[in-house]
Design a protein around this ligand. Structure first.
Ligand code: SF4
Length: 275
């Protein structure tokens, strides 16, 4: 049997994975691995950190140095790694509930401090693992176990939130636009600073079944029909930005002093030896 180049990046003894058939998490996980390979990072210089939730199971399948941490706390763990070993590439895998609810404060302060992390948010619009509760990113009117008549909470736009809080790279893609997703993740790896990519992934089990999209293909079709490339989106008149349409692509890319560099200066100013 031919071994595909990326198979070495997965712990074969942990497979098959526990994700539901048709779940989009595997697509996003593979996109990360492909971006790592394209970028030339290795299993020895890359650390994967995740929180809790369906998406966060990815760290268990990926054959790198990995940490599967506490709910919402992936960014603090990743911060510790980056400050103690700045030369390592640190990738955080998180979900919409993990990142913007339980870990919401860690997320905005990670952006604010410009910690040199690569955060990939698998957004399935719901809490999948814990039973389909509404998350801060569940769209208005969509159903969840905690919103049986449709969510009335206005959702976060995590990309806007990241940019407003100070992230230096912000992009969005979907599990349908696989090559585009790989490109966005790879470009986020090129940025030195707090890089954030939102990857929309389908959850046919918890989200789809409640919202008349139980078939994975239907959810992917929805992404295809509603995602608009940013360069096209920017030229659309406001009256055409209607319904469930949303932009994908690169929203922001800049450079500024990262927290590990600033921290090193503090250590030196205090007379210590910075690594
Ligand atoms: Fe994927 Fe949803 Fe199943 Fe979780 S509940 S594994 S997100 S399909």
């Amino acid at each position: 049997m031919t071994e595909r180049s990326y198979e070495k990046y997965f712990r074969q003894n942990r497979l098959p994975h526990l994700w539901c058939p048709g779940c989009g998490n595997g697509i996003a996980m593979k996109a990360i691995v492909q971006a790592i390979e394209n970028k030339g990072w290795t299993q020895d210089n890359t650390v994967i950190v995740s929180g809790i939730g369906c998406s966060s199971r990815a760290s268990g399948y990926m054959d790198f140095d990995t940490l599967h941490t506490a709910h919402g706390r992936a960014i603090p763990f990743a911060t510790g790694i980056k400050l103690s070993k700045p030369n390592l590439n640190v990738v955080v895998i998180t979900g919409d509930g993990d990142c913007t609810a339980i870990g919401g404060n860690h997320f905005i302060h990670g952006c604010r401090r410009n910690i040199n992390l690569n955060v990939i948010l698998f957004n399935n619009d719901i809490y999948g693992m814990t039973g389909g509760q509404a998350s801060p990113m569940t769209p208005l009117g969509k159903k969840a176990t905690t919103a049986p008549y449709g969510s009335i909470d206005r959702p976060f736009d995590a990309c806007n939130l990241a940019q407003a809080a100070g992230a230096t790279f912000v992009a969005r893609s979907t599990a349908f636009h696989v090559q585009h997703l790989v490109k966005m993740i790879q470009e986020s790896f090129d940025n030195t600073g707090f890089s954030f990519v939102e990857a929309l992934v389908q959850c046919p089990t918890a989200y789809g079944r409640k919202n008349r999209m139980a078939e994975p293909a239907k959810m992917l079709q929805w992404m295809k029909d509603n995602a608009v490339m940013k360069n096209v989106w920017d030229k659309l008149p406001e009256e055409k930005k209607i319904g469930e349409k949303f932009p994908i692509g690169l929203f922001y890319n800049s450079e500024s002093e990262t927290y590990d560099v600033a921290y090193k200066k503090v250590i030196q100013a205090a007379g210590g030896i910075a690594k």
